[in-house]
Design a protein around this ligand. Structure first.
Ligand SMILES: [Zn+2]
Length: 371
């Protein structure tokens, strides 16, 4: 198959394609099964689907999750298919168990938003205790809150964009703009604002965390990859490892043979999912070895223009969701920008990230002795 045939542009086709891969996995692993659970009302038909298989001698569990940020799940789903075709046959079914998770945030994927039905960014929602954060937004957010909190419909997108760009350039430093693109801090005060982390654990957050603990229980070695799009340099894979990994960024670069590898520096970020899951595993099962990584596939260049485009796309999409737009051309244009940022249709982009993903999967699986 060519990489372009892995991409589907609606939630149900993408999910069908994923579910149908059970038959090819079952040829290699007889115990393979599809586990499906629903988020929200059953009739809304928003499901998290997991292709699962357990090893007879349970040594390593490999988990790959996609679509935590809804719309990013289209690329995630394509990369899961590529993984099933190119890597799964090389894993040892006797020692390596699998959980491949399609669309962790199915409502967001179906509606092409990053967030859940409650406007919550799941990657800021992995918290056991919200009491410290409730009603908190950082100073930057408070200072510019009129930008991030929608108050009225989009009247004239061209005018709004010129205002946004000049405001952002005048009032935010390059570093602040970069953070908005790559590591926005999250806020817990404005439920209709951008980067909202919620006030309780979302249903889908809780479900995944609970299941994860069960999946890991009987394995000694846990390897987790969470697939995202939008952050980091354009057309490249950035592999991000957590605080819980004792290796430095340069040690990781060396052992993976890749340059674009970093460690999280999440002092100002709460509720990060990969960090939460790794800490949970390290706390509940201190004897297990765990390697947790977030794979970011960059869509927009790392430059002032790229940062401004990203901020504009996020702010406008959120405003469109809550307040709508006066003109349908403006609505279309906002949706196009958002798609370009998180689910580009560009074939060159799709090809380059497939190559990057191949290299990224291979380097991590090799360094963990799985292939
Ligand atoms: Zn993401």
């Amino acid at each position: 198959m060519t990489e372009n045939s892995f991409f589907n542009n609606d939630y149900e086709s993408s999910r069908d394609h994923f579910r149908n891969q059970l038959s090819s996995i079952a040829k290699i692993r007889q115990d393979a099964y599809l586990d499906t659970y629903y988020i929200g009302d059953r009739e809304d038909d928003n499901s998290v689907d997991i292709l699962a298989s357990d090893a007879s001698s349970r040594k390593t569990l490999l988990t790959i999750t996609a679509g935590e940020h809804g719309i990013e799940g289209y690329t995630g789903s394509a990369l899961l298919s590529m993984f099933i075709e190119n890597f799964l046959p090389h894993l040892n079914p006797e020692t390596t168990g699998l959980r491949l998770v399609h669309s962790v945030n199915p409502w967001g994927m179906r509606h092409c938003r990053r967030v859940t039905e409650n406007n919550v960014d799941m990657n800021r929602n992995y918290l056991l205790d919200f009491s410290q954060l409730r009603d908190r937004a950082d100073n930057e957010y408070e200072k510019h809150k009129s930008l991030f909190n929608p108050e009225a419909p989009i009247q004239n997108l061209n005018k709004q964009n010129s205002f946004l760009l000049s405001y952002l350039q005048k009032n935010l430093t390059e570093k602040e703009l970069e953070r908005l693109k790559n590591t926005p801090g999250g806020q817990y005060k404005y439920p209709q604002g951008v980067f909202y982390g919620g006030s309780v654990m979302e249903e889908t957050t809780r479900q995944l965390a609970d299941r994860y603990k069960e999946w890991a229980e009987s394995y000694d070695h846990i390897v987790h990859i969470d697939l995202h799009t939008g952050g980091g340099p354009m057309n490249e894979l950035t592999m991000i490892f957590m605080d819980g990994d004792s290796r430095s960024a340069s040690e990781l670069q060396k052992s993976l043979g890749r340059k674009n590898v970093s460690k999280t520096n999440n002092e100002d970020v709460s509720g990060d999912s990969v960090e939460f899951l790794q800490k949970m595993i390290q706390t509940v099962y201190p004897e297990k070895r765990s390697v947790f990584a977030l794979f970011e596939f960059g869509t927009i260049e790392e430059s002032t223009d790229g940062y401004l485009f990203c901020a504009k796309a996020m702010i406008n999409e959120n405003q469109l969701h809550f307040e709508g737009a006066r003109f349908s051309e403006d609505e279309m244009s906002v949706r196009n920008d958002f798609t370009r940022l998180f689910n580009p249709a560009d074939k060159t982009w799709q090809s380059s990230i497939f190559k990057e993903a191949e290299k990224g999967f291979r380097s991590l699986l090799k360094s963990e002795n799985l292939i």
